[in-house]
Design a protein around this ligand. Structure first.
Ligand SMILES: [Ca+2]
Length: 198
């Protein structure tokens, strides 16, 4: 059964050769959610998503279990919901980053995405966070969120709900940290929309 599946995948890859070329010349944008423990010091397990989910394969093997990401391609003008669900091995601090998919820096304008309406939920609990990015703090970032560099996030009036959303891309994510309890399911979901004129 396994070998038949491998053959099927190979056949599919051969048949879809042209679409790889299309993707290379016309990058699609994508929404992405990263979750990682502080210093990748503890693992996150049972990770599932409605998008493509993977560990951080650029990290050393012993750190990969502490950093996961989920991403989803966006090929139309609609808002799309992406979620990632996980269970921390132990209690501690985790970081959540909302960003766009990775593309070469010289194509940055092709993969900026709007993000709005993030929800963080914990098993056996009420929602622990619901944010439509309507409140900005004195630094220009949505309250409770930061950016990796010393710059403000980009605010947009293209919103899914309320009046504002944020514009993010791979190198310009919105990040926040939350305390988690080991052994419980957490789910982070957010809505993404292409910034490009499609
Ligand atoms: Ca909003």
């Amino acid at each position: 059964m396994r070998s038949r599946n491998v053959l099927f995948v190979l056949a599919f890859l051969l048949m879809s050769g042209t679409s790889f070329a299309d993707t290379a010349t016309k990058p699609v944008c994508g929404g992405r959610i990263d979750i990682y423990s502080e210093n990748m010091g503890f693992g996150l397990k049972s990770v599932t998503s409605n998008g493509l989910v993977q560990p951080a394969d650029w990290l050393p093997k012993n750190k990969q279990g502490g950093y996961w990401l989920a991403q989803m391609e966006i090929r139309d003008k609609e808002w799309h919901y992406l979620w990632i669900d996980f269970v921390p091995d132990i209690s501690g601090v985790i970081y959540i980053a909302l960003r766009g998919s990775l593309y070469p820096a010289d194509k940055s304008s092709l993969h900026e995405v709007f993000v709005d309406d993030v929800v963080i939920e914990r098993e056996k609990s009420a929602k622990i966070l619901e944010d439509s990015f309507e409140q900005l703090d004195s630094t220009g970032n949505p309250a409770g969120w930061g950016t990796p560099a010393a710059k403000n996030s980009q605010v947009s009036s293209v919103s899914r709900t309320g009046e504002l959303s944020m514009i993010v891309w791979h190198d310009s994510p919105l990040i926040r940290k939350i305390e988690v309890k080991g052994g419980l399911h957490y789910k982070v979901g957010a809505w993404f929309k292409s910034y490009r004129k499609l």
